[in-house]
Design a protein around this ligand. Structure first.
Ligand code: SAH
Ligand code: SF4
Length: 403
């Protein structure tokens, strides 16, 4: 079990992973890392660069699982790839399809640094809409944080996912959705078809706090957005954080993706309770980091997520305070009806209350769509993800949230 240092959030897992068979897994590796490996196998610099470009193209654009398909590459080079590299994809443990078309997969990964450790299971969710398809990707197994309304928060942190495992969720989802050339789209009509890709948007909103797995999440997002990688525009990639203020500027500078903040409360006393990281970085500091987020503008607004909890954070006064707090920040507000899970201590606000709250925010000039819960019937909605792992005891949760 790996645990994160809450003070620094610095993780342990590294990027270059060698599997038990001593082959290096290429998924998630940056191009310079592949080039370096090829040079160490005896290739000249120029050829190493060209082969790396070809490998990326075949892996991310064409979705190969076998080097033999690399038809523009010599037999000698293909043999080298076979002997030195692997293209590891997760095992698909289960696939559930909701009545609304949402899909939830349970993917199994073996820790590449410690292949003898038990494998970990990760949930990834696909949400199809008429004109787009969003993949909700996990960054950790479990979470060190203990937000009281979140199912993942009841699960211990098992470990950080590597960049390869984060990218692997997208590659595998593309495969299963027929999103690589020649693939077949399942469930026509529910998954965008024709010239539109099945996956048009990626959100880091699955299990875990992405900014506590900074390097791996950043490297994975750079592969998502690279034109020679998965080629998803940075405007269509969103990272959601509970408020790890120390890393917000750096992720904006180094990855340039859209930012979402899990705000959920407008007063520190309540936010300390709901989102305990607030004790370390209170609302004022969090909003200051948003105001100065690299590249923020009216065209690139920050999304503030606000879960609607009955009688807790849903009064008119809360809505007015929210508007006041966000003045001068290019913002969108996303109201999320609370999604219950077994044993959850809250109820979702009444529909009229949500509408009233939304009206107040709208009148102040903010778009505030209420997020339609998707995939509730298969436990795929926001905050319902939790793969098999021990639950924390009440005492352990209290100890963690006191930090
Ligand atoms: N750890 C990150 C990203 C994962 S959670 C974060 O906290 O931002 C994705 C979003 O779902 C967050 O806004 C989170 O607060 C919200 N969420 C968690 N549990 C929920 C629940 N039970 N109902 C509705 N939204 C929830
Ligand atoms: Fe972790 Fe986000 Fe859930 Fe909080 S809401 S416990 S940060 S996954």
């Amino acid at each position: 079990m790996v645990s994160l240092d809450l003070a620094t959030g610095k993780p342990g897992s590294e990027n270059v992973s060698t599997s038990s068979s001593d082959k290096t897994d290429l998924i998630g590796l940056e191009r310079p890392q592949i080039e370096e490996l090829l040079i160490s196998f005896g290739l000249g610099e120029k050829e190493a660069r060209m082969r790396t470009r070809q490998l990326w193209n075949w892996i991310y654009v064409n979705g190969i699982t076998d080097f033999e398909r690399m038809s523009n590459v010599s037999k000698v080079a293909r043999e080298l790839f076979h002997s030195k590299f692997s293209l590891q994809r997760p095992e698909v443990i289960s696939e559930q399809v909701s009545s609304d078309g949402t899909r939830k997969w349970l993917f199994r990964f073996v820790d590449p640094a410690n292949p003898t450790l038990p494998p970990v299971d990760v949930e990834t969710v696909y949400i199809p809409e008429p004109s787009r398809g969003t993949l909700c990707v996990s960054s950790q197994v479990g979470c060190t944080l203990t937000c009281t309304f979140c199912h993942t928060g009841t699960q211990r942190l098992v470990r950080n996912l590597t960049a390869g495992e984060i990218v692997g969720q997208v590659v595998m989802a593309r495969e299963l959705l027929g999103d690589f050339p020649g693939g077949e789209r399942p469930m026509n009509g529910l998954v965008p078809g024709g010239e539109t890709r099945a996956i048009t948007n990626i959100v880091m909103m699955g299990m875990g706090e992405p900014l506590y797995n900074f390097e791996n999440v950043k490297n994975a997002m750079l592969i998502f957005s690279d034109g020679d990688g998965l080629s998803v525009s940075k405007r269509r990639i969103t990272l959601s954080t509970s408020g790890v203020v120390s890393e917000i500027k750096a992720i904006g500078e180094q990855a340039g993706v859209m930012l979402a903040i899990s705000l959920h409360a407008v007063r520190d006393d309540l936010r300390n309770e709901l989102v305990p990281i607030n004790k370390k970085w209170p609302i004022r500091e969090l909003l200051e980091a948003c105001r100065t987020y690299p590249g923020v503008s009216n065209a690139r607004r920050i999304t503030f997520e606000y879960v609607m909890l009955k009688g807790i954070n849903d009064s008119d006064a809360d809505a007015k305070e929210l508007v006041r707090l966000l003045a001068n920040i290019p913002a969108k507000i996303n109201l999320i009806p609370f999604n219950p899970w077994p044993g959850s201590p809250y109820e979702c606000s009444d529909w009229e209350t949500i509408e009233r709250f939304s009206d107040i925010v709208n009148k102040a000039g903010y778009a505030s769509p209420v997020r339609t819960p998707r995939g509730r019937d298969i436990f795929a909605a926001c905050g319902q993800l939790k793969s098999t792992s021990e639950r924390l005891s009440k005492k352990e949760r209290d100890a963690l949230s006191a930090k």
